[in-house]
Ligand binder design. Structure first.
Ligand SMILES: NC(=O)C1=CN([C@@H]2O[C@H](COP(=O)(O)OP(=O)(O)OC[C@H]3O[C@@H](n4cnc5c(N)ncnc54)[C@H](O)[C@@H]3O)[C@@H](O)[C@H]2O)C=CC1
Ligand SMILES: O=C([O-])CC(=O)C(=O)O
Length: 278
């Protein structure tokens, strides 16, 4: 039988406290994260509740509403969508629960970004998700502002179709035989237009500190069997280029397969696990 020590007693006794984690959103990301936690993949964290707005069968922890989940966890992993962050992000934080956000695109609304930043006592964190190099871009800010930051995202056309698109653009996506630029804008406006597909733009913006400074191109490419994100940045102290090409999730090709593993890496850092590249 295992004995669970309360967090403070565990810390005093020299044990690292185990984080009680609720996963919100049991889809491409949440399912992989929650299953790994339930299988003990991360010794410093355990899955206590799962929240989803659809009935679930066979989840490895009880399904609960958010109120019940908050009573049984000290950390919420958001893998549900920008709507959850918008509607309930501050509820999580004001309950004293930490929040790890995947749907960073919600933060492009300046009022919500301010509310989330000021809410507490829970702390908010963001996963790097599908992009890399953000640690370095954050570090470079210590040397002075970046003068130009660009993100180009290329995905399969079907993953980029949106209800706001007119008939002509919809048809161009449907019949594309080569790359089609579907939007050019900034990290302020793009993630709201492609809420399930371009959170990466908002994440880059969090790293560089300004959504208006990040120029974004979204490209529908029938040849993009791997989802591509290219981040290019330049400043007085250097220039940087990060390109990733990810296999998409089989069930939800808008999401790259690596994303839940990026969330698990974020969780490993949050549990205080040693040996991490921070
Ligand atoms: N930061 C990044 O690099 C990435 C971020 N994302 C974000 O993560 C979100 C989740 O991605 P996936 O797992 O691929 O989506 P998914 O569509 O496979 O799963 C989402 C799950 O959340 C549930 N859900 C939706 N709204 C909810 C709510 N308000 N409360 C509770 N459950 C809710 C749905 O029923 C579904 O089961 C995306 O919508 C996107 O915003 C996705 C990919 C990359
Ligand atoms: O998974 C990806 O490649 C990116 C994605 O969906 C997002 O940023 O919302």
């Amino acid at each position: 039988m295992t004995t669970t020590l309360p967090q403070a007693a565990a810390a005093a006794a020299g044990h690292r406290p185990v984080r009680d984690v609720a996963v919100v959103g049991w889809g491409a990301i949440g399912r992989v994260v929650g299953t790994a936690l339930a299988e003990g993949a991360l010794p410093g964290a355990r899955l206590t509740r799962v929240v989803d707005n659809r009935p679930l069968h066979g989840a490895p922890a009880p399904q609960a509403d958010l109120a019940e989940a908050l009573a049984h966890c000290d950390l919420v992993v958001e893998a549900a969508g920008q709507g959850f962050v918008r509607d309930l992000g501050t509820t999580v934080l004001t309950s004293g629960t930490d929040l790890l956000i995947a749907s960073t695109g919600a933060l492009t609304d300046p009022e919500l970004a301010r509310e989330i930043a000021e809410a507490g006592p829970g702390r908010v964190y963001y996963t790097g998700g599908a992009v890399g190099g953000l640690d370095l871009l954050q570090a470079v800010r210590g040397l002075g502002d970046l003068t130009r930051v660009r993100l180009t995202t290329a995905k399969l056309p079907a993953t980029l179709h949106q209800p706001w698109m007119d008939a002509e653009l919809t048809e161009r996506l449907r019949t594309a035989t080569g790359p089609v630029e579907v939007m050019r804008g900034t990290a302020r406006d793009v993630p709201a237009r492609f809420p399930r597909s371009t959170n990466v733009a908002a994440t880059v913006a969090l790293a560089v500190g300004d959504p208006d400074r990040v120029e974004v191109r979204v490209v529908a490419d029938p040849g993009a069997t791997l989802t591509r994100h290219v981040v290019e940045a330049e400043g007085p102290h250097g220039h940087y280029r990060f390109e990733v090409n990810h296999a998409p999730d089989a069930a939800n090709p808008a999401t790259s397969q690596v994303v839940p593993h990026a969330v698990l890496r974020s969780l490993a850092a949050l549990t205080g696990r040693g040996g991490q590249i921070l």
